[in-house]
Design a protein around this ligand. Structure first.
Ligand code: G3H
Ligand code: 13P
Ligand code: ZN
Length: 288
């Protein structure tokens, strides 16, 4: 059952667990996420980026996810979300397609510009009943690292600024930067949990989102949930599961005799297992 992301996050917060927001680019990844959530009886968020909308066709990929979720898991709470929308114009396009939850990512902009555009996005979206996630500080990507040591201070969310940003914009969820990073192997050695705690205190009841969660496992996940994180974003881990399985199948293609469905079907199963593992870490299994 397609469900409001805000409702999924609020229940998670009240229940002391978190949910996974998993990126999809195609039918195989979508079905893998839906089946994993269904088998684990877990609420889940399926998200689509701008690049994926360009790749697959925005309307088509949105309806693929919606139809798949409605058909294969009609009773499961599933939220559909635009991940990392980078402009007001793109947000408008996503809303016109049907997205009821979007992220406006102005994290690479100056604070005042991020604030102004986020306000504009929220006004536009709320009028249409669409929920908005924004980002403050910024969660770096692999390609953005300078050579040598990463200057984490530059990326971190400021707790005081988070409070006024949330109040002024009226956002529904906030993506935080506490030493987390997109892609694998580039996290800060230790996440800044004190900072997370301060953000949580300065923005009471605001669901906090942790991007770059592919390499977040048991211990760190629990510490983050205790301090207000209600959603972990995962893309790299499922991409790796998909590609590695595909590579192995292609290497052994004698066994699959060039049957595309067998190749992609195997990759789909690998993604499903990766999603199930994450759901277990986040503690959302059995919560639907
Ligand atoms: O943070 C989001 C993704 O991992 C990047 O996805 O390559 O579809 O923009 P993308
Ligand atoms: P990973 O690169 O760690 O999977 O993060 C994904 C993400 O944040 C999507 O928004
Ligand atoms: Zn992200």
């Amino acid at each position: 059952m397609i469900t409001s992301v805000k409702e999924i996050l609020t229940k998670a917060r009240e229940g002391g667990y978190a949910v996974g927001a998993f990126n999809t680019v195609n039918l195989e990844m979508t079905r893998a996420i839906v089946e994993a959530a269904q088998e684990m009886r877990s609420p889940v968020i399926i998200q689509i980026t701008e690049k994926t909308m360009e790749y697959a066709g925005g309307r088509l990929i949105y309806h693929l996810v919606k139809n798949d979720a409605e058909f294969y898991a009609p009773e499961l709470p599933i939220g559909i979300h635009l991940d990392h929308g980078h402009s007001f114009e793109f947000i408008q396009r996503a809303v016109a397609i049907g997205f009821a939850s979007v992220m406006y990512d102005g994290s690479r902009k100056k604070y005042v510009d991020n604030l102004e555009i986020t306000k504009k996005v929220v006004a536009f979206c709320h009028e249409k009943g669409v929920e908005v996630q924004a980002e403050l500080g910024s969660v770096p990507y692999l390609g953005e690292y300078e050579m040598g040591e990463v200057k984490w201070e530059k990326y971190m969310t400021d707790p005081g600024q988070a409070a006024s940003f949330a109040k002024e914009t009226g956002i529904d969820a906030l993506a935080v930067a506490i030493g987390n990073a997109h892609d694998f192997f580039k996290e800060r050695e230790k996440p800044d949990f004190e900072r997370l705690e301060m953000i949580n205190k300065s923005c009471p009841n605001l669901p906090l989102i942790l991007h770059g969660a592919s390499d977040w496992e048991n211990g760190k996940v629990g510490e983050a949930i205790k301090r207000g994180v209600t959603c972990f974003n995962v893309d790299t881990a499922t991409r790796i599961a998909f590609i590695n399985d595909l590579i192995n199948s292609v290497r052994n293609q004698g066994n699959v005799s060039f049957d595309v469905r067998k190749l992609l079907g195997g990759a789909r199963e690998a993604v499903k297992e990766a999603v199930k593992k994450k759901i277990k870490f986040f503690g959302s299994d059995g919560k639907a």
